[in-house]
Unconditional design. Sequence first.
Length: 234
Amino acid sequence: MEIKIGIAKITKYAMAECGDSVEIAERPSGGISAILADGQGSGKSAKITSSLVVNKAAALIADGARDGAVARAVHDYLYVVKDGKVSSTLTLISADLDTQTVVFSRNSNCPVIVKHQYGIDVYDDEISSIGVHKRMKPLMYQMPLEVGMLLISYTDGIQAAGRKRGKTMNFDMIQKLIIDNSAEDATFIAESILEYALGLDDYRPSDDMTVVVMGICDTESIHNIQRMSVSFPC
């Protein structure tokens, strides 16, 4: 089995820094987690917030904390550090090899989309962001780990693409893209969703945009080589 993660992101038009942050954390008992946060606002202040959130979450995961406990602890941390005045979304997507499950938690107005052997499920129940409410709990989901699964999430720059130009995102387009591709195509799916959203915004994104895709693949490799590829324009 092999886990592939594809990430594609872009900064809001005419802004120097992206208010979204993504981090990848290895799980000490086996597996990997993708952490996605969107800080309140845009620019440098939003970047500081989202970086704080994903870095804290990654450290807790590395320490062996469970995902639900991670989300709660990061909320408490942000609430104290920012005095309850700054919010952030937080989505955790984990392939937990210890329990042979996929686990994901949401504190975001954007969905997690799951493709499995029986079709596609969209998890978009309403939930608050972290950081501003004194008491908060994430929406947690867990399901058996299966070869061929795809898990997709994104920030609200994707979800709101085109609205300021009188256009509406066609969610069926995203679903078709997921149906037509496999777990091995995680990077292609992430880049294609971002490209579609950029087109709706006439390639001048109205907000920071980030897409994260995790694919659970079959593999015949006997060497267990771990690979990571990063492209960072500057």
